[in-house]
Design a protein around this ligand. Structure first.
Ligand SMILES: [Zn+2]
Length: 50
């Protein structure tokens, strides 16, 4: 249960493809575009789908 939205690493954005952490969603998206040659799927918002 995590009612508090306090992330550990300054709300690090994780790459959904490789799991690499980025400080910003932009950085993650940029990385995804360059490394994975594909626009990241989904939004920046951390939605608990699972
Ligand atoms: Zn990646």
């Amino acid at each position: 249960m995590s009612s508090n939205e306090s992330t550990d690493e300054r709300s690090a954005i994780e790459c959904p493809a490789c799991g690499k952490c980025f400080l910003t969603a932009r950085g993650m998206k940029s990385h995804h575009l360059q490394v994975h040659d594909e626009a990241v799927v989904g939004g920046e918002s951390r939605k608990s789908e699972r």
